[in-house]
Design a protein around this ligand. Structure first.
Ligand code: ADP
Ligand code: MG
Length: 303
């Protein structure tokens, strides 16, 4: 169990994290979200023991996580961290990078483990390729596999799929998060991608103004976003009569009092996102067809 109590941290004198407290159970998947610069990466680095805290405490079970002032070598065996900028060994192969920290006294086990992880990150065909020839996204996957090689109890992932193209992202995300659940590895994932959260995270922590704004189950936050910041993470939304209404909650009907004039249609795949004007205010809604500029439509809120 990860136990974060009243954590406060600043770079020099600028406070970045103030009184952060939360827990993560074994095998739990906690997503850390927040705008760029809100302190997501800093929080992961601090959890890893890369910096000394101003105040507070980090515990993994009974073990205190200490910063460099109290710990000669940063990090612990039970915890792994995959940064946004991954440092791999460029002149050796993918498989060698992954197996680097596995004991060479058990060559069969080392081989089995490396093969298993190559499969998790979908790089089996690249096993014998030198890392320096890989793309950014492929390197990111090697870094992930390497962090899992000596199975940690908790893993900290900083935007783990940010360099990976959309063709691969979906299946890779399923594969990695499924693996972590199966092995009961706690994971703390900093992300700005809602696809990393919905369908995977057990809890979602929103960082805002140096603090935890909310910590709740993603489904609860999605269904009842208390603030525009939370709603904006999930998608396009409107504020109508002081209520947050997602674009998909507005439906075109024959007749209503919510009469809008279409300004623009954006093709989104199975629907169009329509930008319209309602008494001088911008309104977004989803529609199953394109709407021509200037046309007048009636909308209804569906909850
Ligand atoms: P996020 O990952 O949410 O984008 P960061 O944790 O990277 O946010 O940054 C949080 C704040 O801390 C930002 O204002 C950033 O400029 C600042 N910051 C990040 N790293 C350092 C550093 N090494 N030294 C000083 N300030 C930093
Ligand atoms: Mg970051």
């Amino acid at each position: 169990m990860l136990h974060v109590k009243n954590l406060t941290f600043s770079y020099n004198k600028t406070p970045v994290l103030k009184s952060i407290s939360f827990d993560a159970k074994p095998g739990e998947h906690v997503a850390i979200i927040g705008e760029s610069g809100s302190g997501k990466s800093t929080l992961l680095k601090v959890l890893y023991g890369e910096y000394d805290l101003d105040k507070g405490e980090i515990l993994w079970n009974k073990q205190k996580v200490l910063g460099p002032k109290y710990n000669l070598v940063v990090g612990y065996d039970f915890m792994k961290y995959v940064a946004q900028e991954f440092d791999l060994m460029p002149f050796i192969t993918v498989a060698e990078n992954i197996g680097k920290f596995l004991s060479r006294f058990y060559p069969e086990e080392k081989e089995r483990r490396t093969a298993e992880l190559l499969e998790v990150v979908e790089l089996t065909q690249f096993a014998n390729i030198k890392v320096k020839t890989l793309s950014g996204g492929q390197k990111q996957r090697v870094a992930l596999a390497r962090a899992l090689a000596k199975q940690p109890e908790i893993i900290l992932l900083d935007e783990p799929f940010s360099h990976i193209d959309n063709f691969k992202k979906q299946s890779l995300r399923r594969s990695v998060f499924k693996y972590l659940k199966e092995k009961n590895i706690t994971c703390i994932v900093a992300t700005h991608d809602k696809e990393d959260v919905l369908g995977f995270a057990d809890r979602m922590i929103v960082l805002n103004e140096n603090k935890i704004a909310v910590n709740d189950v993603p489904e609860t936050l999605y269904k009842n976003p208390k603030t525009p910041l939370i709603a904006s993470f999930f998608g396009e939304f409107n504020i109508i009569n002081d209520k947050i209404i997602y674009a998909h909650q507005l439906q075109v009907v024959e007749k209503s009092d919510l009469i809008v004039t279409v300004k623009q249609s954006y093709f989104k795949g199975h629907y169009y996102l329509i930008e319209a004007d309602f008494n001088g205010e911008q309104v977004f809604f989803e529609y199953n067809k394109q709407a021509t500029e200037g046309s007048v439509l009636h909308l209804e809120i569906v909850e």
